[in-house]
Design a protein around this ligand. Structure first.
Ligand code: 5GP
Length: 145
């Protein structure tokens, strides 16, 4: 799989094109952040670049720089919104690395002391709950949280 190509019909590309809905948290010219539908913890958010890339290795460095800035911004808001004790931030590459959606994305999960992460792709969260969580994070980003 080392030379696998970017598939423009992957699910996050469809989200970027507005073909599939998401609970949007943050957007700028180069990046988008939205709630993970199968959260490993309350507030699990994904941050993606708009430029197509399968993973870390084929991403354009300028796109990576924009992604990193957005990850930091979103992570600060997520931590505040969920009054978290800490954050787990992770990113997988290729099936052997645990990747299941092949558009570069960074996971941001708020953590509480003594509460373990749930299983990866454990189960779909309720849409109403995800909408409320996204609104909570947006409120912090907009300075109302
Ligand atoms: P990966 O293993 O590729 O790092 O993780 C992909 C993540 O995308 C998983 O945490 C999974 O729950 C999430 N995911 C898969 N399909 C969708 C979807 O259609 N919408 C959203 N918001 N998240 C998704």
């Amino acid at each position: 799989m080392a030379d696998a190509r970017y598939d423009p019909d992957n699910i996050f590309a469809k989200i970027l094109r507005g073909e599939i809905p998401c609970h949007r948290v943050y957007e700028d010219a180069h990046t988008l952040a939205f709630m993970d539908v199968m959260p490993q913890g309350e507030g699990h958010t994904l941050v993606i670049p708009k430029a197509p890339a399968r993973g870390l290795l084929d991403a354009d460095p300028a796109s990576l720089a924009a992604l990193t800035a957005s990850v930091q911004r979103v992570a600060q808001a997520v931590k505040t919104a969920f009054k978290a004790d800490g954050l787990t931030v992770f990113q997988f590459n290729e099936p052997a690395g645990g990747q299941t959606v092949f558009h570069l994305h960074v996971h941001v999960v708020p953590r509480r002391e003594g509460v373990p992460l749930k299983r990866h792709e454990g189960g779909m969260a309720d849409n109403t709950v995800l909408a409320e969580h996204a609104a909570r994070i947006r409120a912090v980003l907009e300075g109302q949280g």
